[in-house]
Structure formats: C-alpha cells, structure tokens
Ligand binder design. Structure first.
Ligand code: ZN
Length: 432
C-alpha cells in the first residue's frame, strides 16, 4: 500500500485490499483464513501460527478444521438454485458434508432466509453444533417449486488447526499496545475486512517510522476462539500490554463509536474520546458490556486488559449487518482512510503522552525575554500562549500531557507543541 501522506491513494488502496480479500472463503478455520493471512503478509511482517484441533484453551477446545470445495442445491429440473460459487454466504458455516436427494418440505428445515429483508442472503454459522444448511434470499426461497431436490456439500470437518496471524513491531520499551481484529467472516466487507485492512495499514505505517516508544502487537485471529487461543498462549506476556484496541466495522459511512474497556478509566478510554472530540468527528461513547467483539475476552476479569473497541455503527446495529448487503458497495474508501487517520492520531497521542516537571515553578517564567510570548506556531497566538501557560502550571510531575490537555480543554497536539517548545528553552524536563 502507498504511504499515508497521499490521502486519495491511501483510501483507494485500503479499499482495494478489501476488494481483494472479499471473495476468499474465510471461516473460523481453514484455507480461506490461511490465504487471507498470506495476502496480509505481503504488506506487513506477519507470523502465522497454527494451533492443532483439540488443544485446550481455558474452558474451550480448538475445533476441527473446516474446508469447503463445493456446495449447491439443484431443483427438480437440475438447475442449481443455490451455489456457493455465487456467494460463500449461501452455506451455513461449519456445515457437515452432505450428498442427498430430498423433498422440498424436508429441505426447508435446512434453509434460512430473512423474511423481514427478502432480498438479502443472511450469514449464518453452526460452529459448535454439527448440522448443515444453506442461506438464501427469502424471495428465492419463496419461489422454490415442490419436488425432489439434490443437495451437495463437499466439505471436510476434521482435525487440522486453527490459524492466526501476529505482527510484532518492537519498541524502545517492553511496554506494548495490542491491536486486535477478527478474521473469521467470509464475504462481508464492513464486519471483518474493514478492521483487517485498517490494522494492516496501521502496522505498515508504524513499520515505516523510525522509533517507537511502545512495541505494537497486532493479532489477526478468528472471533472468540481465536482471541481465547491467543490469550491462552500468551498469558505470561499480557502484563506488558499498556493499551489496546479491537478494530471492527470501520468502513461504513456512519459516525464512530468507541466502546470503553471494562476498567472504563484506562488511558485508552480517555485518549480515544479526546482524539474524536478534537478531530471534530461525530461519535458516540459506549460503556463496556460483555458482548460484542473480542474485547469480551481481553476484558474478562482474569485479564481485565485496558482494551477498548473502535467501530463506526456498532455490532448488529445496521441493517446490512451479517447479510449479503454488507458488500463492497457498503464500505467507502474515505471512511476507511478516516478510520486509519483516527487510529494513528490515537497512537501518536499514546506515544507522546509524558509527564514533565517545570524548571521554573516559582511564578511564571518571563516568556517575552525568551521570544515565547507570541511564539510563531502558525496557529492562533492566544491559544498557543495559553497552551504554554497551562503546560507550565501543571508541569508538576503529576500531570501527563493528556491530563493537561483535558483540563485546559485544548487539543493534545497543542499541549504537546507547548511542551516541546518549553523543553527546548530549558523550562521543562521530562519526569523519570
Ligand atoms: Zn460479525
């Protein structure tokens, strides 16, 4: 993907990666997930992990691996009325293999549609209960004539492995930022692919930077069981995680939603709202709840990690959700790009959020003498000066730049700029 500095092409390339990954037959496990991760590995240093079926991960067990070669239904005239070659949403995920002839009345028990939205194909899974089924538009279901149908599901559900990808970018300290996104959905563009491409572009952008205070750990794993598996295999490492974000549903045109971590007052729970507010981005804030994406696992009480979830329209709250309408027409290049910019602004804030001590705490230092009275920042001189005064006043070794920005009601970047300027003039030192 091209560098972020060129917004038009950065947005277009994010969308192109969504379009490239869209047709792959992803599921909880299997070759579609492997192929997706292999494509991401062309952009970022991704390590791919395979965890054998049957492995115990806390209260769960890594399931058998599922792969599909073909799946269709033929009507009494032999015409294929449902075929996964047209859309991989047509097959209920984790369907067991079947080859049968059966009357429509019996077949109906295995057919799923959305009578309330008759034109869309729903997305359905049956990961943990062995069964089989097909999804189709209600309009097409209603048009099926009586008679004997032929069903083929050429699939294997057998011991294999669960696949996840991890991209680790070391930092100057051993403290880490976790970025996690699910990779288990088939041809759904917003739910799944938007998070995957924003996380990939973020990793790529951070790789291109010289130095990072934090290490960054990107986890691309199937929902629920993937995050649980990662946590089970990395239990000794999670103490290093200082901040974290689950990324999901970032490509639709709606306002952002930030769902706080279970702690509710972690730095990430303050930084994301601060950045959203000062970017002028319409947004909603949601308190933690034990539902949604993989923040549920990272924020389970035994871990209680400072991990929030950034989305646009939340999980389940848009009509296209988990249907064939969550397609390439539903996600926008500009929305993907805006999401990436926002997450980068969050990272920049986390990276720069330090504590300082004033070297001249008794009364204000004389700014005019140092040429700081109306610093040439190119911005609003009054605001720049106010930022200097707030910074000097609260640089007592107890307030972080974020604390100061919040208390001053000013953007973090303005306070950070003031801190840099004052440090250059010997008026501030970073607290150790
Ligand atoms: Zn989903």
């Amino acid at each position: 993907m091209p560098p972020l500095a060129d917004p038009a092409s950065a947005g277009a390339s994010l969308f192109e990666l969504v379009a490239e990954l869209f047709p792959l037959h992803r599921s909880l496990t299997g070759d579609g997930v492997r192929e997706t991760l292999a494509r991401l590995a062309r952009h970022i240093p991704l390590v791919i992990h395979e965890v054998p079926s049957g492995t115990r991960v806390f209260d769960w067990t890594v399931p058998d691996e599922w792969n599909v070669r073909d799946a269709w239904i033929a009507d009494p005239t032999g015409r294929r009325v449902v075929d996964i070659r047209r859309s991989n949403l047509h097959l209920v995920h984790y369907s067991v293999p079947v080859r049968a002839r059966l009357p429509l009345a019996e077949l109906r028990h295995h057919l799923f549609s959305r009578p309330d939205a008759p034109d869309v194909v729903p997305y359905r899974t049956s990961y943990y209960a062995p069964s089989w089924g097909f999804c189709l538009a209600h309009r097409d279901l209603a048009a099926l004539a009586d008679g004997e149908y032929e069903v083929c599901i050429d699939a294997t559900l057998a011991p294999g492995s669960l696949t996840y990808g991890e991209c680790v970018l070391p930092g100057e300290t051993d403290e880490e930022v976790l970025v996690s996104t699910h990779i288990c959905h088939p041809s759904l563009a917003n739910d799944n692919l938007s998070g995957i491409v924003v996380a990939t572009a973020l990793a790529q952008e951070l790789t291109s930077r010289g130095s990072r205070r934090y290490g960054y750990r990107f986890v691309f794993a199937p929902g629920t069981i993937g995050a649980i598996t990662w946590l089970a295999r990395n239990e000794s490492r999670v103490d290093h995680i200082r901040h974290g974000l689950v990324l999901a549903g970032l490509g639709d045109a709606s306002a952002f939603t930030y769902k706080k971590s279970r702690r509710g007052d972690a730095d990430i729970d303050r930084v994301v709202p601060h950045v959203l507010h000062h970017a002028g981005a319409p947004h909603a804030l949601a308190e933690f709840s034990p539902y949604g994406y993989d923040e549920r696992q990272y924020c389970s009480p035994g871990f209680d990690l400072p991990v929030g979830c950034l989305m646009r329209t939340p999980h389940g709250a848009y009509p296209e959700y988990h249907t064939s309408a969550d397609d390439l027409g539903f996600v926008r290049a500009e929305a993907l790009h805006e999401s990436l910019r926002l997450v980068l602004a969050v990272i920049d804030t986390l990276e720069a959020n330090r504590v300082h001590v004033s070297q001249n705490p008794k009364c204000e230092p004389q700014l005019g003498r140092r040429g700081l009275y109306a610093p040439a920042g190119g911005g609003d001189p009054r605001a720049d000066q106010l930022a200097l005064l707030w910074m000097l006043n609260l640089a007592d070794g107890r307030h972080s730049l974020l604390d100061i920005a919040e208390r001053a009601g000013m953007p973090f970047a303005a306070i950070e700029r003031a801190a840099r300027l004052l440090s250059e003039h010997g008026l501030l030192k970073e607290a150790v």
